[in-house]
Design a protein around this ligand. Structure first.
Ligand code: TYM
Length: 329
C-alpha cells in the first residue's frame, strides 16, 4: 500500500486548478492507499496574512476538502500547524539545504518579484518545509499540479542527500503524481497563465452557478479564426483546456471541429463550458453549504486528523533524531 500526501495552502477557497490538479483523482484512491490530506497554514505565513483571517481561510480549505469528497473515516485530514513534528524535520532538512539552490527555485524567484518588500527566510526555505510535509510521512506519491513539479524534484534531492550524508536508506524518494496521467495546469480565464488564488482569475468550487456563468462569459475571446485548422491563440486554447477537464470528449470534439471549420461561436461554447463546470461544482457547493455550518463535525475531524497525523509523524521524528545522533543520557 502506497502512502499518498496532498497539500493545499490556506490562502483562500479551492478553485478548479486545485481540484483537477491535486484532488479529484485522489478522492478515488482513498481505499487503496494510506492517504493524508493537509492544509498548509504555516506555508501561508510567508505572505504575512492578517491573523484575523487566518482561521477563516483554514476553515474554507477544510470545508472544501471535505465537500470535494475526502472521507475522514478512510483518510487522514489535518492542519499543518497541528503537527509540530513537521517543523522539527524542516529544521533538520534546512541544515542540508543550500542558499544557492533555494534562491534558484522558480517559486522563490516569482514570489520575490511579487513581494519585493518581504523576501523573508520562510519564502527562501519554502521547498524544505514542503519536503518536510512529504517526508514526515515518508510518502510515495504526491498529487500535485504541474507548478509543483520542481518542489517534488527538490524533495527527492533533500531525501537523497539526507540518506547519503547519514549513510542510511531511510527516506523514500516521492514522485509527483496524477493518477497515471500527466501533471496538469488549469489555465485562468483571463488569457494569462495558470488559474490561481492570487491571480484573481479563478473559478472556485464554492462559486454559485450565477458567478460561474458571469466569469466564463467574461473570458477573453476574439472574432474567431479566419483560416481553417489554424493554431489557437493561448487565450482560446485555455478555454479548450478547461473544457477538456470538465466536459465529455464528444463535446470537446464538437467545438474542436467548429474551430477547425471557422464556425465556432464563442457564446455557445461559453454556455456549454459554464454548464459543464457547474455540473462538477454544484454537488460540491451543496455540501460546502452544509458542512460549513457544522462546527462540531469540523472540530472532531481536525482533532482526530491531528492525532493520526502526529502518530505517523512522531515515528519519523524518533527515527530521524536517532539517525542525526541525538541520544538520551
Ligand atoms: P497550492 O496551494 O498553490 O495549490 C494546491 C495544489 O493545487 C495545484 N494547483 C493547480 N493544478 C493545476 N492547475 C492549476 N491552475 C493549479 N493551481 C494549483 C498545485 O499544484 C497543488 O498541488 N506548495 C503547495 C502546498 C504544499 C504542498 C505540500 C503540496 C505545501 N506542502 C506538500 C503537496 C505536498 C502549494 O502552494 O500549492
Amino acid at each position: 500500500m502506497d502512502t499518498v500526501l496532498s497539500g493545499i495552502r490556506s490562502t483562500g477557497n479551492l478553485h478548479l486548478g486545485n481540484y483537477f490538479g491535486a484532488l479529484r483523482n485522489f478522492i478515488r484512491m482513498q481505499d487503496e492507499n494510506r492517504c493524508f490530506f493537509f492544509i498548509a497554514d504555516i506555508h501561508s505565513l510567508t505572505t504575512h496574512p492578517n491573523p484575523k483571517y487566518l482561521h477563516e481561510n483554514v476553515k474554507n480549505v477544510l470545508v472544501d476538502y471535505l465537500a470535494a469528497g475526502i472521507d475522514p473515516e478512510r483518510s487522514v485530514i489535518y492542519i499543518q500547524s497541528d503537527v509540530p513534528e513537521t517543523i522539527e524535520l524542516y529544521l533538520y532538512l534546512n541544515m542540508h539545504a543550500y542558499l544557492g539552490e533555494l534562491a534558484k527555485t522558480t517559486s522563490f524567484k516569482e514570489k520575490a518579484r511579487k513581494q519585493p518588500e518581504n523576501v523573508n527566510a520562510g519564502l527562501l526555505t519554502y521547498p524544505t518545509l514542503m519536503a518536510a510535509d512529504i517526508l514526515i510521512h515518508n510518502a510515495d506519491k504526491v498529487p500535485v499540479g504541474k507548478d509543483q513539479e520542481q518542489h517534488l524534484e527538490m524533495t527527492r534531492k533533500f531525501a537523497r542527500r539526507f540518506n547519503n550524508f547519514y549513510g542510511v536508506e531511510y527516506f523514500k524518494e516521492p514522485v509527483a503524481y496524477n493518477f497515471g496521467e500527466e501533471l496538469i495546469k488549469i489555465p485562468g480565464l483571463d488569457g494569462s497563465g495558470k488559474m490561481g488564488k492570487s491571480e484573481g482569475n479563478a473559478i472556485y468550487l464554492a462559486d454559485s452557478p450565477k458567478e460561474i456563468e458571469k466569469k466564463v462569459k467574461r473570458a477573453l475571446t476574439d472574432s474567431g479564426p479566419t483560416e481553417p485548422n489554424s493554431v489557437k491563440p493561448d487565450y482560446i486554447e485555455n478555454l479548450f483546456t478547461i473544457m477538456r477537464a470538465v466536459s465529455t470528449p464528444d463535446v470537446v470534439q464538437h467545438y474542436e471541429n467548429k474551430w477547425n471549420s471557422c464556425e465556432i461561436r464563442y457564446g455557445d461554447m461559453k454556455k456549454q463550458l459554464a454548464g459543464d463546470i457547474i455540473k462538477v461544482t454544484s454537488p460540491i457547493r451543496e455540501r460546502i453549504l452544509e458542512i460549513e455550518k457544522d462546527d462540531a463535525y469540523l472540530r472532531k475531524v481536525t482533532k482526530e486528523g491531528a492525532e493520526k497525523a502526529r502518530e505517523s509523524a512522531s515515528k519519523t521524528i524518533t527515527a530521524v533524531r536517532k539517525i542525526v545522533g541525538f541520544k538520551k543520557f
